[in-house]
Design a protein. Structure first.
Length: 424
């Protein structure tokens, strides 16, 4: 689905077309005015204003057989995320009602950022359908009618477009099946990010063995595909400041290895690389926005498969940090990949902060459900910042404890640590 946006000056004359209006009060609609003030429509508009105090409301009414009017009521005391959510509802509405062409009127006194509204609609319009033989391509033409400077509106839109492209890149990666987006292909796609001004370095198995990233390599040794560590660097600041770093788990498919998962829902394990996809999309956005920061993304790409050369329960590997790890369960593989990726990031880039993103582990869902993501951190200030940011965009996190007594549960009798806190 495609949204085509065109910005027009407020002086443009309205024809008999579909209209979307954020706020009825104080808008001169010419010949539409009488229709809005008469009959049941007037009463419905009053009710919309009343009901819209606590929630976003999108409603449409037939002004004639040929065109509709859509009333958009953003809840009171809204934040930018509420505007985006309203845009999402708006897209669902025009898609369901097959409203392909319309004009959005932005009131003079409106505090609503129409770009954030369109941003929400665009995010909602995403579809992954490249493997469908019968594709239904639809285009929605939207005109933004405002008295604000068109150049200012377009500047903000450009920034949001950069974010959208990063988000869609992430969604594309996560949506790909495991037989297409295996580690070999994933590494190739990340290399294409160079065209945006990012420095991309791929470490193959030969280089990883030489460096000693054996925990990461152990996870992927049962697969016919290669294992990789990929670094993606953005230098947007002229200063030599330490970079922000983002590390992602990229298990392209996780069977559990020798500790095989149950068959039910195993197909979902194509998503086990979502953390790395977020890192990749974020780095693309930094580049497109020309963000004035230094940042680095690091992803470990592996495929956890059973096979004649697969890692066994009971194996011991020496990680990049020098610590030895007893592998009691090969399905606890993400922490092995990240152990090496985190140490590598710390040693090579000496970053200001390290943020690790991973589908790790299923027990978090047991603990927190789907409402919150689990957050573990040794930095109170950073934790508060992440919590606050999550609240604003409804991607909430909940901080869970780190304590030295938990470390004892990871002690191994024959190695430095074990990869699960279960003793058989």
């Amino acid at each position: 689905m495609t949204l085509k946006i065109n910005y027009l000056n407020k002086k443009v004359k309205l024809s008999n077309e579909n209209l979307a209006i954020f706020n009825i009060k104080g808008i001169n609609l010419g010949k539409y005015e009488n229709l809005l003030k008469t009959g049941s429509l007037k009463e419905i508009l009053k009710k919309t204003e009343k009901d819209g105090s606590k929630k976003n409301i999108i409603k449409s009414f037939d002004l004639s057989p040929a065109h509709k009017i859509i009333i958009i009521k953003i809840k009171e005391n809204f934040i930018s995320n509420d505007v985006e959510n309203a845009g999402s509802l708006f897209y669902d509405h025009i898609k369901t009602n097959k409203i392909n062409n319309l004009s959005i009127i932005v009131p003079n006194n409106s505090k609503i950022d129409v770009n954030e509204f369109i941003h929400g609609a665009k995010l909602k319009s995403y579809e992954f359908n490249i493997y469908k033989s019968l594709k239904k391509e639809e285009t929605y033409n939207i005109k933004i009618i405002s008295n604000k400077k068109i150049s200012n509106l377009k500047t903000k839109l450009k920034k949001l477009n950069s974010l959208e492209k990063g988000v869609f890149f992430t969604r594309d990666l996560v949506s790909e099946p495991g037989n297409i987006l295996h580690p070999d292909e994933y590494a190739k796609r990340l290399m294409k990010l160079k065209k945006y001004g990012l420095k991309v370095t791929v470490y193959n198995e030969k280089k990883l063995k030489k460096l000693g990233l054996n925990a990461l390599l152990g996870v992927g040794q049962g697969s016919i595909r290669g294992s990789y560590l990929v670094t993606i660097e953005w230098k947007g600041s002229k200063s030599k400041s330490k970079p922000l770093s983002f590390i992602g788990k990229g298990v392209c498919f996780d069977t559990g290895g020798i500790s095989l998962k149950p068959a039910r829902f195993m197909e979902d394990m194509t998503y086990d690389m979502a953390g790395s996809a977020v890192v990749a999309g974020l780095m693309k956005t930094f580049a497109l926005r020309k963000a004035k920061i230094n940042a680095v993304g690091v992803v470990g790409l592996v495929e956890n498969m059973p096979g004649g050369n697969a890692q066994r329960p009971g194996d011991i590997v020496k990680s990049y940090s020098g610590k030895t790890i007893e592998v009691l369960n090969t399905d606890a593989e993400g922490r092995l990949v990240l152990a090496d990726a985190l140490t590598f990031t710390e040693k090579k880039f000496k970053p200001k902060i390290m943020i690790d993103l991973a589908t790790l582990t299923g027990a978090i869902i047991v603990c927190l459900g789907s409402e919150y993501a689990g957050l573990f951190s040794n930095d109170d200030k950073l934790s508060k910042q992440l919590y606050s940011a999550g609240e604003k965009v409804e991607e909430k996190v909940w901080r869970l404890p780190l304590h030295k007594n938990y470390d004892k549960l990871m002690d191994s009798k024959i190695a430095d640590v074990q990869n699960i806190n279960y003793v058989g």
